[in-house]
Design a protein around this ligand. Structure first.
Ligand code: CA
Ligand code: CA
Ligand code: CA
Ligand code: CA
Length: 617
């Protein structure tokens, strides 16, 4: 062999290695395959997704804010949040609508009313933009901060869901006037004047039938990010920062006003919270609160009968190792009637490999609380790039909850990376970290940009990433993931909000012969009638479905809970969707209402949405 040929072979070998590294970096856990044809995807995985925002009339594009000049050299890094999306039927016509928030000073939020024109042949399926007309578009006026996300709940139990918008700035509350417009009630409600929040949720923490509001600050409350007195505003540490924003638990008094009970109930965290989810995870009947925190450990606030909360993250396992928590979502991944918690973090090969956490309840602590173990590696959902929002849902209706994760931080110049500089500041002295002026200028560099999203289907014993195979090919800087049956077809579509980029709507097509069932719950509380009744949005309700696939199949159980805000800057439909697999025989749906009342629906029909009202005591 001549020296030239040897050299060519050796070069080819090394190029091969480089290509392999690039592919591995890109695919995270699981397989790497190209996009399949629709027929192949249906055959192999039972579904495929088609990005359909434009044909559906959705033109929203998120824009980032421009903060104080003291942060100018790292603006792409600090102004890289706020693309949020929520799904709600705001006008009560049985068709789910979409609300997307903008982040640019003066930029408009969009409310997409579902025209309900989807026909069975696949035509129609369009939305009209009505935010300005209904009074919920213009929420980024200079001087009031900019939007970071929105959550909906019927806080006055009048039958129409109301809108809360959290911002880096003045939070806003709008009462829904019969689905025909919105009335701004922020001042009357007595909300805090300014919170730099990236997440919030509605929950009825004291179970009095009135939804309460939890808002989690990220930056300190006393910072106006457009008028900074000092550049010393950054986290004091990459792992143990407690100089973030305070939290607010606001009790709904039932007269349109809210009372700040945060101190009284003992919630003292000032960590840099990016995500919250509330549900009764300890089995007391009262909703607990899980916080995914950036620059530190996650927190778990166990609810003591609506009177107080104890932070028990360390005891139960989720609060031991500090990471960069960016998502909090729940799913009964093994069909055992138990909710696992998914918290996303940063994974960038060669730089920072935190990996995401999938907290699975595996037993009890000494005090009888659930003990969680991180099984993300084992189940192959640990590596998802610079991960943001995630959501569990049965995308192929096979009876197992799948997991959609979006990712990517800053996609700027394709061949330039800020990682080297970021590593310097991340590994630096704490005093320097806190001062933005010591952070190296970012310029047009990317930081974990242009990342391929992950869509892990649940195989029972592990998950497999099929994102590209089933049609998820975008590489935007993803933030919020929602799932909803937008066209009333018995499948979950996926809407994703992206930073400085378009809102995407992945329309789902599921193969024939896969059963499903849905439940939409309505609590019995009405204006002037609370106490023994559940809040009308049924936030906190749990439904455990028991079914078999085929007469001789094993008994399957799946627990789902109604939430109002979870993931990252997201809210999915209140409706609960269960994929069931083939030849499903549903035995029962057992409902635990937030009031504590229980109800069993025997043999609910498949292939339909069941609207269930809370029975009288
Ligand atoms: Ca609607
Ligand atoms: Ca209402
Ligand atoms: Ca309440
Ligand atoms: Ca599935």
């Amino acid at each position: 062999m001549s020296a030239t040929i040897k050299r060519i072979i050796v070069t080819a070998f090394f190029i091969g290695l480089l290509v392999a590294v690039v592919v591995l970096n890109h695919s995270g856990d699981g397989t790497s395959e190209g996009q399949l044809s629709a027929a192949e995807a249906l055959d192999r995985y039972g579904f495929y997704l088609t990005e359909s925002a434009k044909p559906c009339g959705i033109t929203f594009r998120h824009e980032s804010p421009t903060l104080d000049q003291k942060l100018e050299h790292i603006m792409p890094l600090v102004a890289a949040m706020g693309a949020g999306v929520s799904i709600i039927d705001f006008d009560g016509d049985g068709w789910l609508d979409i609300y997307a928030v903008n982040g640019k000073e003066g930029g408009a939020n969009h409310l997409y009313r579902n025209r309900g024109d989807h026909d069975r042949r696949g035509g129609g399926g369009t939305f009209e933009e009505v935010a300005a007309q209904l009074g919920v578009a213009d929420l980024n006026q200079p001087g009031t901060g900019v939007c970071m996300g929105a959550i909906w709940a019927d806080f006055d139990n009048d039958g129409f869901p109301d809108l809360f918008v959290y911002k880096w700035g003045r939070p806003e509350l709008f009462r829904n006037k019969g689905g025909k417009g919105f009335e701004r009630v922020t001042e009357h409600a007595g909300l805090p004047k300014w919170v730099n929040a990236n997440t919030a949720c509605w929950l009825d923490y004291d179970r009095d039938g009135l939804p309460d509001l939890f808002i989690a600050g990220y930056w300190r409350d006393d910072l106006d990010l457009w008028h900074l007195e000092t550049p010393k505003v950054m986290p004091e540490s990459f792992e143990y920062a407690k100089n973030g924003g305070r939290k607010y638990l606001l009790r709904n008094r039932g007269d349109g006003t809210f009372e700040d009970v945060t101190d009284r109930v003992g919630i003292k965290s000032t960590r840099w919270t990016l995500a919250v989810v509330a549900a009764d995870l300890c089995g007391t009947g009262y909703p607990d609160i899980v916080l995914a925190n950036d620059y530190g450990v996650s927190e778990f606030f166990a609810n003591n009968r609506g009177k107080s909360f104890n932070e028990i993250g360390d005891e139960i396992g989720i609060g031991k190792a500090p990471k960069s928590g960016m998502n909090a979502s729940l799913g009964d991944i093994f069909n055992k009637g138990q909710l696992a918690i998914y918290v996303s973090n940063i994974t960038e090969a060669g730089n920072l490999v935190q990996k995401n956490n999938l907290w699975v309840p595996t037993g009890k602590t000494a005090s009888g609380r659930p003990a969680y173990q991180n099984q993300a590696d084992f189940l192959k959902v640990a590596q998802g790039g610079w991960s943001w929002g995630a959501r569990f849902g049965d995308l192929n209706n096979d009876g197992r909850l799948d997991l959609y994760l979006t990712n990517g931080y800053v996609s700027a110049a394709k061949n330039k990376s800020y990682w080297y500089d970021y590593g310097k500041i991340a590994g630096g002295v704490n005093k320097l970290i806190e001062n933005a002026q010591y952070w190296p200028p970012m310029g047009d560099q990317s930081l974990s940009g242009y990342q391929q999203k992950c869509l892990w289907i649940n195989r029972g014993s592990e998950f497999t990433d099929v994102a590209t195979a089933v049609g998820v090919s975008d590489t935007f800087d993803g933030r919020a993931v929602t799932m909803a049956d937008l066209f009333n077809r018995g499948v979950l579509d996926v809407a994703v909000a992206n930073q400085n980029a378009p809102l995407l709507l992945y329309k789902n097509t599921v193969g024939a012969g896969r059963d499903w069932v849905q439940f939409e719950l309505t609590g019995g509380a009405r204006p002037g009638r609370t106490g023994a009744w559940s809040n009308r949005s049924a936030i906190g309700a749990q439904v455990k479905l028991t079914w078999r696939q085929g007469a001789a199949g094993p008994v399957l159980q799946q627990l789902q809970v109604v939430t109002a805000g979870d993931g990252y800057a997201a809210q999915s439909m209140f409706r609960l969707h269960y994929g069931l697999g083939t030849d499903a025989r549903v035995e029962k749906a057992e409902i635990i209402w937030p009031s504590g009342r229980t109800q069993t629906i025997r043999s609910p029909k498949t292939g339909t949405l069941h609207r269930v009202e809370e029975p009288a005591p």
